[in-house]
Ligand binder design. Sequence first.
Ligand code: ZN
Length: 85
Amino acid sequence: MKINGLKKKALWENLTCKCNHDDIEQCYPIIKCNHCKFQQCWDSVPQKNFTINEFDTKGKKTGTKTIKEITLVRGSIEDIIGWTF
Ligand SMILES: [Zn+2]
């Protein structure tokens, strides 16, 4: 998998985690913690090739396609908003 838009360290990674990891009730997502929120977004980015189904204009499955390259879409503090292929 090739990932376009990788950074050594994105700005959001400098945010301080506000979670108390000794108490699950004081951790994201129960509390608001941007660090963990953006970490979760990052963790949802596929790291390996994956396969999607392809359909014709009538919605009939025509086959599958292997995705080997994605491009990251980043927000204002370089957080991951999404990714495209
Ligand atoms: Zn946190």
